[in-house]
Design a binder for this molecule. Structure first.
Ligand SMILES: Cc1cc2nc3c(=O)[nH]c(=O)nc-3n(C[C@H](O)[C@H](O)[C@H](O)COP(=O)(O)OP(=O)(O)OC[C@H]3O[C@@H](n4cnc5c(N)ncnc54)[C@H](O)[C@@H]3O)c2cc1C
Length: 339
């Protein structure tokens, strides 16, 4: 039975621990709760905002809509043969549990995405990615519920318009659908993607030449623990900004002034530059502004040193963007959803 609460503080539902109130708030545990919430919103002329694990949002103002905290759980293998398995996760499952489920079944494909925070349902929103793999590489389809009509629609890979930390759900369909479940196609035979430098380096250091799934998981856990601040200790929302993409001409002019700048060619005329390097070079690594700061482990991550306000976070975001623009003539774009 759906219970609508009033004026619920959202900070504790986010990994940044920043946020104001939701005027209306409900936890949903199944499809019936969701459909009841859609009816309630229609009757009260409210829109719906979906909240997963709160690991990719900065709440800057009171939300007058109905916030739904997604706790719809369940994972199962839908189809399986000697080659692959189709695995479905309901959207309220923690992403880490979904990866563990696949690993326990000896299925390959999700291992590089181990330890990404948040829920299964949020993974397609920004096409989560890490260590050379993105959700789109294993994506089969998703089921979504129209937040106005309550009707279900299936989105295949081509319908999602996945890009770098991007999908149709951040643009044309923003706020229009509730992602109900995500199905991935995983392999029965080992097909590791070790292209991302530090994974193969760490395996080499351990003397592992033929890694198992558990070896990969362990190495990723070690790399992440060493490189990223733990939100349980120092609240944060992961990378605050996206890496920047430039063309060959812009790269040339940047390298002239900054010969040590790292870059990763995607195509001949599309080159990715790590935003963390730009922010660090602009002098913001470990820098504090009031109660917020940029992490001293990774300059790309905005951290809350305790009791920070959204106003302070926004002021730091602005400062970082202005400094990077001034030094490199590049525009940083937020990866975190600023609401
Ligand atoms: C320490 C740390 C490390 C991270 N590392 C990575 C990384 O390596 N790669 C990466 O890609 N991301 C990373 N992230 C970001 C984050 O974990 C992902 O973006 C994750 O998918 C967000 O999930 P969530 O459930 O917390 O989403 P939320 O923050 O709750 O929501 C994010 C957005 O998705 C919408 N949304 C959520 N669930 C649904 C749903 N079921 N239906 C419709 N809309 C929905 C929300 O309305 C909001 O707009 C990291 C975060 C942290 C804190």
């Amino acid at each position: 039975m759906l219970k609508i609460e009033k004026n619920v503080a959202l900070a504790s539902y986010t990994t940044l621990k920043i946020g104001s109130l939701a005027e209306f708030f409900a936890v949903i545990k199944n499809r019936e709760d969701l459909l009841a919430a859609i009816e309630w919103a229609k009757a009260h002329k409210k829109t719906i905002m979906v909240l997963g694990g709160g690991s990719n949002i900065l709440v800057t103002k009171k939300i007058g809509d109905l916030v739904l905290k997604n706790e719809i759980k369940g994972m199962e293998i839908l189809e399986s043969n000697d080659e692959f398995a189709l695995v479905e996760g309901k959207s309220g499952e923690p992403w880490v549990k979904f990866v563990n489920f696949a690993v326990a079944k000896n299925l390959y494909g999700l291992e590089n995405l181990f330890l990404i925070y948040g829920t299964v349902g949020a993974a397609p929103i920004q096409n989560i990615g890490a260590y050379g793999v993105e959700l789109k590489d294993v994506f089969y389809h998703l089921k979504a519920i129209d937040l106005k009509t309550g009707h279900e629609k299936i989105f295949a890979l081509k319908d999602c318009h996945f890009g770098y930390r991007d999908s149709i759900f951040k643009h044309k369909l923003k706020g229009k659908y509730f992602i109900y479940s995500v199905t991935v196609k995983l392999q029965r035979q080992a097909e590791f993607n070790l292209s991302y430098g530090s994974i193969s380096e760490e395996l080499l250091k351990k003397g592992i030449s033929e890694p198992s799934l558990n070896d990969i998981i362990k190495v990723i856990q070690e790399i992440r623990n060493a490189k990223l601040p733990n939100p349980g200790v120092l609240p944060n929302a992961g990378s605050f900004f996206k890496n920047v993409e430039v063309n060959a001409a812009k790269l040339k002019s940047l390298l002239k002034k900054n010969p040590t700048m790292p870059y990763f060619p995607l195509t001949r005329n599309k080159i990715r530059i790590p935003a963390g390097w730009l922010i660090e070079s602009a002098g913001f690594k470990g820098k504090k502004l009031g109660l917020v700061g940029m992490s001293d482990k990774q300059a790309l991550i905005l951290v809350n040193h305790g009791g920070a306000s959204a106003k302070q976070a926004l002021a730091l975001v602005k400062k970082v963007k202005v400094a990077v623009k001034k030094k490199f003539a590049l525009d940083l774009e937020e990866e975190v959803n600023v609401i």
